[in-house]
Design a binder for this molecule. Sequence first.
Ligand code: ZN
Length: 308
Amino acid sequence: MSELRQHAEEIAEQFSDQLDVSPDEVEERLENLVTEYRVPVDEARRSVINSYLDDAGMEREELGRGGSEEVRVNDIDEDEQWVDLRVELVELWEPRSDAIAQVGLLGDESGTIKFVSFDTSELPELEEGQAYELTNVVTDEYEGRYSVKLNRTTGITEIDEEIEVGDNAETVEGALVDIQSGSGLIKRCPEEDCTRVLQNGRCSEHGQVEGEFDLRIKGVLDDGEEVHEVIFDREATEELTGMTLEEAKDMAMDALDTTVVAEDMAGDLLGRYYRVSGPTLGRYVLVNDAEEPGQIDAEAALVKARSI
Ligand SMILES: [Zn+2]
């Protein structure tokens, strides 16, 4: 987004309750002032805002910060929204491009989100571990993942506060409609810090290795409106299926085939309705807790039946 476009969208948003102005129209007026009349951007912005204030019969003080409202990072689920954040800078990464001034993770109680600030925005540098109030940052979406962009209009205020950064926990539910490949009894690369799942005994990074057995389910929950991809780790899988890693190994040994484990699990679990919660990682929910709401209702009904 160009700088003028950013200003235009913000101005249009500020007047969205009072006037019917489109970002395109505002951008055109800014563009005209800046390119035709060589007016500095800040002045052009002021001038355009003043003329809209006149149109709306408003005083400058009545003008809020527009569409920017304070949100939790884990609640961000729309592209190109202007928002305010109260966050701690969790970590900085090495920028991969000269155009990027800073890139890293911001966090609040709800979780973390990637942020980017650009060189051209000439913002003060943010420091790891420091908490900030950030106004006028813009949300961005790429392949279902959200981030925020700081820009020239972003306000940065250091705040003296400890922020307990959350883990983007979410609760999703639906019928288990698919158990994906790489589920059941799997082997992981034993190399330190690798743990990649082996394909035919090979790690994509370390080649042929002696793998270590693990249990996992990569599943898809469908609630009729949305699908959610969920991952049950060994503990969650054992709890869900009632099958331990040792039992799974025995089953595979008897059949001389590891795929029987996933098939057995699929037979038991597919079509059942689950509600699961846990931290999110990209598009996956890593399951900490799973329950079958139907099951709970059935139990409650039994209790009730007994009490009559
Ligand atoms: Zn490996």
